[in-house]
Every structure is written in C-alpha cells, then in structure tokens.
Design a protein around this ligand. Sequence first.
Ligand code: UTP
Length: 306
Amino acid sequence: MISTVVLPVAGLGTRFLPATKAVPKELLPVVDKPLLQYAVEEAWRAGIRHVVLVNSRTKPTLPRHLQPADAALVADLEARGKHELLAALQSATPPGLTLTVVIQEQALGLGHAVLCARDALAAMPGGLEQTFAVMLPDDFIDAPVNERSQGCLADMVALHRDTGAWSLAVEEVPRAQTDKYGVVSLTSNPADAGARIVAMVEKPKPADAPSNLAVVGRYVLPGSIFAALADVQPGVGGEIQLTDGIVALLASHDIRAHRFAGVRYDCGSKLGYAKANIALALRDPDLAAPLAAWLQQSPITIQEAS
Ligand code: UTP
C-alpha cells in the first residue's frame, strides 16, 4: 500500500514572473482551483492520505491552502446559507488528510527537494522501506475518472500493488523537445505495459536522446531513492537531479514507464497553462457555452510579430 505523496513545491517559478512574485506557481488556478489542489485530489483518488509538502520559506500561503479554512469565513458562509461556496472552500481539505511541511532552504533541484522529505518519511510507520509517490503539481494531468481508472497516479499505485513494479509517467514528445525532459529507453516494445526502463537521460539534445518518451511529473518510487539521491552530484544546470537518483536504481529495481490516459498540460509554461484553462473552462457547465460562443465570434485579433 502506498500512503504518502511528496509534493515538491519549493521551485522559483521564474517562467511565470511577475505572476509568481508573490503568488506561488502551484497556487495559480486552472479555472477556479489551484494546481496544488488538483494534485492533492489526484493523490486522494489513488488512496493516498499523507501529503509531504517540500516548500520554500518564501511560499507560506501554499500549506495554508491545505489547512482548515478560516473559521470566521466558514461561519459567515453558513449564516448566509451559501452552501455551495462552503463546499468549494472545504474541498481543499479532504477530511483525514495529514499534511507534513518540510523546508527546502535553497532551490537546488528536484532531486534535492525529494531528498528533503527523507526525514519525514523515515518518521512514518513504513520508514525508508516504503514505496511512495512524487507529484509535480505544475504537470497537470487531465485524465478521465471512471469505474476503470481513478486517474494517472491511481493507475501507477495499482501497478505497484499488482506487480511490485515502480513507475514513472511518460508521454511521447516531439524529438525537438527532448532537451526539456528526462527521456527513457525501455527493455522492449514501448507499447508493452511491462516494459522496464533501462536508461534515463536528463534533458538530452534531440540527436542524443535514447527515445522520445519523456518523463512527466508522476513517480512511484522505492524508499531506496533517498540513499541514491544522497550520492548524487550536481548535474545539468548545477541542480541535484531526481533523474540521476533514479538512474542509480535502474539495474536493481523493476521501474516501468507508465503511459497514462488523458492530456498533460505543462502548467509551468504559459502556453500549457493557457491551454489547461481553456480546456477545462470548455467543460465547465456554466462557462462552456458562453466561452465557445465567444471563441467562435473570433473577437481576438492576432498581431503579427514585426
Ligand atoms: P520546475 O522545473 O518547473 O522549476 O520545477 P521551477 O523553479 O518551479 O520553475 P521555473 O523553471 O523557474 O519557471 C518542477 C517542480 O519541482 C519543484 C517546483 O516547485 C515544481 O513543483 N522544485 C523545483 C522544487 O521543489 N525545488 C527545486 O529546487 C526545484
């Protein structure tokens, strides 16, 4: 059973400046819910009840979103009979969710952020033997939720339960973009769900990439990743890369590539974030029709770059 997710949220979010000057990237909303909440809801559907937030000291509002709502606001909404708004307010804190906050003092990379969660996991019942999940909230995965699947992370948790294998979520990207991702190569046909990862490279140039299968922000990892990360030297960009820690485990662990259903929006980029907002707004019962009508009227003039 996997009971814990680590959410690294201590990054600088520079690609979104000035929006992220005072508001953490992970609290930017897609329509009406922050990225952080979508990630917690996906973890919840995977049966996970313990969130370890790896935060920076400069982002104190992040844990606040997962803590109980302001009592005065709750009382006010109750008194005014605003039940829908009250439910929306309280949806950010599912009952039974345990939150642990650890601080990454310096944004030294994703691998370093995960390593910062080591003591928090060591203190839990499963200790450092436990398998746990890592999710990057700015990789927003809009996946169908139905009787067959409760989302990307739930499917990865089920894979571990059924086979004992760990996994990384992957998707095909255009060759020209491999230098933005960790890229994997597999033992066998990539379409084979049991295909094991044999190699992984961080941000390879298209010519050097072992494939066009890119890792996106969902991981189910063994506790042994912490020992591996402790040995990792700063890599690409001077950061301690999670990729390098995972590479050290590939020979001894069955780590698989999980191709997920649905669409991933890179909400760490402005284009991905804009697409996510439009896609979800076009599914919102209140917004879909007026937004579609407005888009069809094409009131937008596109200025040619001079
Ligand atoms: P990104 O690679 O998107 O980096 O991090 P960033 O700093 O947030 O954004 P830019 O590139 O400056 O615009 C992916 C995830 O890893 C976390 C981020 O908060 C984000 O959720 N992260 C990254 C950390 O927690 N610590 C780090 O040192 C780096």
